[in-house]
Design a protein around this ligand. Structure first.
Ligand code: M6R
Length: 367
């Protein structure tokens, strides 16, 4: 059932190209996003003035990437909340607002309760769910299934990547509705998204060995940092969660610009810092943070785009994991892959079972 792989986690990482293809292709018509069968039309989308994304864990991280995408191309304000916080803070949502619930299982207790609260307050709800017929899927006003297939490993990988894919499709459709992008630009974005399965396949093929090697450098560490800016920051949060979940190594993700406001004092000789740099307008700034931590003794591991790798001076990063250039907005889809693989091999090197990390359950149905 593991298809010849030692663990579901690596099997599911490798299923990602197909999972994206299955999720995206049926929702494209004449080169444009088409979410009508999910109950989403351009007319409906025009009405929403604000969006709240509510989810837990990895699904919430998909929401954070979604926020950047939606705000940058559709210019609709988005807040992202952890479901267990949203539901207890008397959130300001009501008629005319859209609340998006993201959940692989569709049964997460806090996400379900948050969705019910949003409905009760008069907001429209859109669920992005993987498990067919689950509670969140049944109760939402609108529903987009991620078509990742069953995800067995507790650590979410292919569900996350399909959640991202759906957030992109949704953002493109919203941007069309709000007329913040032209039809031609929307078609260009959709066609770039349709190419992502190939890009992800290539990333798996070209980075697995390097990640496996870099993972051997992490076994003895107790604690490490992830840094990034913008989309790369959102992505580094997912990288950090994945690593700590399966390897039991403490890690935190920080916005690179925040380092100087306290966290940099943690850096000591040999401490690993994993930086993500895929956005060309922010690369110079992130590199200057990488230089800063290097001069304080950090072991720098850099996951970056080809464009970023070209601007890097020798000797700054100890290990560079290069991700091929795609449309910059779409880079999170391919750049998350080495972060997942790194987490997987670190867990395996430590003798942990990455499919069943201690103290965790696949579906969190308690509050
Ligand atoms: O089923 P859900 O997507 O609602 O689950 C949310 C989180 O519990 C889940 O993403 C968790 O963080 C994963 N184990 C992370 O890999």
């Amino acid at each position: 059932e593991k298809g010849g792989y030692p663990h579901f986690m690596i099997k599911e990482i490798k299923e990602q190209p197909e999972a994206i293809r299955t999720t995206v292709a049926p929702r494209v018509r004449a080169g444009l996003p088409c979410l009508e069968e999910c109950g989403i039309t351009l007319e409906k989308l025009r009405e929403f003035k604000s969006i709240s994304v509510v989810a837990c864990g990895t699904a919430m991280h998909a929401g954070l990437v979604g926020k950047y995408i939606i705000e940058s191309i559709a210019r609709v304000p988005v807040t992202v909340d952890i479901a267990s916080e949203f539901r207890y803070r008397n959130p300001i949502v009501g008629e005319g607002d859209l609340v998006i619930i993201i959940s692989q299982s569709g049964e997460t207790a806090d996400s379900l309760a948050a969705m019910r609260l949003a409905k009760q307050k008069g907001a429209t709800t859109l669920a992005i769910v993987n498990a067919k017929g689950s509670s969140i899927a049944r109760e939402a006003d609108m529903l987009i299934y991620t078509l990742a297939g069953p995800e067995i490993s507790v650590a979410s990988t292919k569900a996350y990547i399909t959640q991202l894919s759906v957030m992109y499709l949704f953002a493109f459709e919203l941007a069309l509705a709000k007329e913040t992008v032209s039809e031609a630009e929307c078609k260009r974005l959709v066609s770039a998204l349709l190419k992502m399965p190939e890009a992800v396949k290539y990333v798996i093929e070209t980075t697995e060995e390097k990640c496996k090697y870099v993972a051997t450098k992490l076994i003895t560490t107790d604690s490490l940092l992830y840094i990034g800016r913008g989309l790369d920051y959102a992505l580094s949060m997912e990288g950090s969660l994945k690593l700590k979940e399966v390897s039991y190594i403490h890690s935190e993700s920080y916005a690179a610009g925040e380092l100087k406001h306290g966290t940099i004092s943690l850096i000591e000789d040999g401490m690993p810092v994993i930086s993500v740099a895929t956005q060309s307008d922010l690369i110079a700034k992130t590199i200057s943070n990488i230089v800063e931590v290097k001069s304080r003794g950090a072991m720098n591991i850099l996951v970056c785009s080809e464009a970023c790798a070209r601007t890097l001076e020798d000797g700054i990063a100890d290990y560079v994991i290069k991700v091929p250039q795609t449309d910059e907005l779409l880079m999170p889809i391919s750049a998350v892959v080495p972060l997942q693989i790194l987490a997987y091999y670190t867990a395996v090197n430590k003798g942990n079972d990455p499919d069943k990390p201690r103290n965790l359950a696949k579906s969190v149905t308690v509050e």
